[in-house]
Design a protein around this ligand. Structure first.
Ligand SMILES: C[S@@+](CC[C@H](N)C(=O)[O-])C[C@H]1O[C@@H](n2cnc3c(N)ncnc32)[C@H](O)[C@@H]1O
Length: 288
């Protein structure tokens, strides 16, 4: 039997970690464990239990193949097809953005705004994988959520994620441009969105994990990055109940411009929430 046949799960994870560290991947230990676990069809706990067990040659070959993809710039979440968000596992496909920890600030803000409502109606614009809509529905048991996206492919994934959490009855999904698919008389207590907000010209310069693997529709905010904010803020008042809240994720330098758009439309109580890095991340406001 060759020496390779005796390599353990722990040794295989260390080997991948060393390859990742050598290429400067700063999440090398976590990435290595996730890919070995995925190749072996194990969860992280399963990997810990089998730390010293021998790995089959097939699993070694699969894990090394996944590592090659990671070294080529593909994010781990894309390779394994899921990402943890707000304590939930969210499935991904090629049409969905990989949910970012920063977006948990949007969920926190939104949940804070509906905390006092018994049966809040919530709209999530540009839902992608459905991560924000699902996190809000899971943490407010009476919230009724409508989630929209222009990408039918992303909505197929959102629907699968909703089914996984048994939320089909409380989260409805509709396809179209921002508010366009909604009946004119629909009103919400809270509108949340993490819209595309990268300036078009900046996209090619982003890390390959983003520029080559996240869908362009999820990134491109137009020449100044603000196209989606103009559209959403321009129409949000028609879909909010009096006193209703609007909460939008932003890029770290966009709070001033987005807050000004809200003020121009008559919104009050404009607040900026920061992410864990201390950067501006969400602007929220109230319709008087
Ligand atoms: C930054 S991603 C956010 C996805 C998800 N909500 C999240 O936080 O991970 C923006 C989403 O907006 C959608 N989108 C882009 N343009 C749109 C439009 N004009 N109308 C509706 N959705 C749009 C994209 O397909 C994408 O899913």
């Amino acid at each position: 039997m060759s020496e390779e046949a005796h390599i353990s799960f722990g040794q295989l994870a260390r080997r991948l970690r060393q390859r990742f560290e050598a290429s400067g991947i700063d999440t090398a230990p976590l990435d290595a464990r996730l890919l070995v676990a995925h190749a072996a069809g194990l969860g992280d706990a399963g990997l810990i239990v089998r730390e010293h067990e021998a790995v089959s040659p097939d699993v070694i070959a699969d894990a090394e193949g996944l590592a090659d993809r990671r070294l080529d710039g593909e994010p781990v979440a894309r390779i394994i097809g899921e990402k943890e968000f707000y304590g939930l596992v969210i499935g991904l496909n090629d049409d969905t953005l990989v949910p970012r920890p920063d977006t948990e600030v949007l969920v926190e803000t939104g949940l804070g705004q509906i905390a006092g409502h018994d049966h809040p109606r919530v709209l999530d614009l540009g839902t992608g994988s459905g991560c924000v809509a699902i996190a809000i529905a899971m943490h407010h048991p009476n919230a009724e959520v409508v989630a929209t996206d222009i990408s039918a492919g992303a909505l197929a994934m959102a629907n699968a994620n909703l089914a996984l959490y048994g939320l089909e009855g409380r989260v409805g999904v509709v396809c179209g441009q921002w508010f366009a698919p909604l009946p004119a008389e629909t009103r919400f207590d809270l509108i949340v969105s993490n819209p595309p907000y990268i300036e078009s010209g900046a996209i090619p310069g982003l890390a390959p994990e983003v520029s080559r693997h996240d869908p362009l529709l999820a990134l491109d905010g137009g020449a100044d990055g603000l196209d989606a904010y103009r559209e959403i803020i321009g129409a949000a008042d028609r879909f909010l109940n009096p006193g209703g809240m609007l909460a939008l994720e932003i890029g770290a330098t966009q709070a001033g411009a987005v807050g000004a758009l809200m003020k121009d439309k008559g919104f009050a109580d404009i607040l900026v929430a920061k992410d864990l890095a201390g950067l501006d991340r969400v602007v929220s406001a109230r319709l008087p």
